[in-house]
Design a protein around this ligand. Structure first.
Ligand SMILES: Cc1ncc(COP(=O)(O)O)c(C=O)c1O
Length: 383
């Protein structure tokens, strides 16, 4: 007898990770692939912080569990970061350390919503929101943004949509467009959510990776917001799988009960590394300057190669390219670009199921020489 799997596990793949797997395989087979598919820094955590982590392993090889919301020392260090970076006073017990923001989303969605509740995302968006929400039996409400509206929601758009929802996820700077929400608009969005009983979840994964203005945190404008963040991007600790949440006071105990039952505790050694990584923002800011150089290379040379319509990219490390003059099948376009030009990127269908067949995301967290080479290969291929 064949037993049935759950319907809620029948979700879409995360195509960027599928592409990562395929590119890894090709590299192992000896192919020379330029990697623009995955959103991960080509750098590691600063050496001094790594040295500290090595010392911790030497002095305590056992590395047991920590408290389920993370080591008090690290939660406090994160609270200090809010004071230094945003000028916000945050009691450390509003911070919950998670095994990267991906588990932070599960905890947040479980703590904030009941099965059947509606949560809005703005397409194009980070695809895992939609897929995690569906796997938790939450209904996804899709709001469309466009290049003309800066690929970000506004309070006016939320009002005009006429749609009803219990939660809204925003992400600034955004994956896949690099678009940002400025402080005035963020304040209006927070006020709109508070006035309409909508739980706002602000994914601030790319804070620190900005090229013009610093990104404001939604914590400045609402006491109800849940902020998700990660050590994977600005802090260049992608594989260490560590992140954090900032919670309203009345949510912390709920998140604690969920976290201890679902995950027991976040990775211990990663927490030791994260504690020290805050001391090396000079190095991390150097990484950001490097991403900016990469962005500028792509913005100059991709149009010469034939990819002309690129998102503004004020933060994060992605360009969202409109390919409508080149294809109406971006999945096939990306497949051929990988096969024939040996450049790996992600089709827009991941980020926007309806309109993504004419778009593609390029990640520029790699080496500058790879950016130059990618443009050269794409130019030759499109010619
Ligand atoms: C917007 C956004 N949020 C969250 C994540 C997940 O990151 P992690 O689970 O490594 O914290 C990503 C990864 O690409 C992302 O782009």
């Amino acid at each position: 007898m064949t037993l049935k799997p759950s319907t809620r596990s029948d979700i879409e793949s995360f195509r960027a990770l599928e592409n990562l797997r395929e590119a890894n395989e090709r590299v192992l087979r000896g192919e020379n692939i330029i990697r623009l598919e995955a959103g991960q820094p080509c750098f590691g955590a600063p050496e001094k912080a790594l040295e500290h982590a090595r010392d911790v392993i030497k002095s305590d090889p056992r590395q047991g569990y920590t408290e389920s919301l993370g080591m008090a020392l690290l939660r406090d260090r994160i609270a200090v970061h809010y004071r230094n970076f945003y000028g916000i006073d945050l009691p450390y017990n509003r911070v919950a350390v998670t095994a990267a923001s991906s588990t932070g989303f599960i905890l947040t969605f479980l703590a904030a919503f009941d099965a059947g509740d509606k949560v809005a995302v703005t397409n194009p968006t980070y695809p895992a929101y939609r897929n995690i929400l569906r796997s938790l039996n939450l209904e996804v409400v899709e709001l469309e943004t466009t290049a003309e509206s800066n690929y970000q929601p506004t309070a006016a758009l939320l009002e005009k949509s006429g749609k009803k929802f219990d939660g809204l996820i925003i992400n600034s700077p955004a994956n896949p467009t690099g678009a940002m929400i400025d402080g005035d608009e963020l304040k209006k969005i927070c006020a709109w959510c508070d006035a309409n009983g909508v739980r706002l979840i602000s994914d601030e994964a790319y804070h620190g990776v900005t090229y013009e203005d610093k990104a404001p945190t939604a914590l400045q404008f609402s006491d109800n917001v849940i902020v998700t963040n990660t050590f994977s991007k600005y802090f260049a600790m992608t594989g260490w799988r560590l992140g954090w949440l900032v919670l309203p006071e009345n949510m912390t105990d709920r998140i604690k009960r969920l976290a201890e039952n679902l995950f027991v505790s976040p990775p211990t050694i990663a927490q030791h590394l994260a504690y020290k990584v805050f001391d090396h923002t000079d190095i991390l800011d150097g990484y950001v300057r490097h991403y900016r150089t990469n962005r500028d290379i792509l913005k100059t040379h991709l149009p010469e190669a034939g990819i002309k319509n690129l998102s503004a990219a004020k933060g994060a490390f992605y360009l969202y390219a409109d390919l409508s003059d080149l294809t109406n099948d971006s999945e096939q376009f990306c497949r051929r670009m990988l096969d024939e030009a040996k450049v790996s990127a992600t089709s827009g269908v991941d980020f926007d199921p309806k309109r993504g067949h004419t778009t593609m995301r390029l990640s520029y967290a790699g080496k500058p020489e790879d950016m130059q080479e990618a443009c050269r290969r794409i130019k030759e291929w499109l010619e």
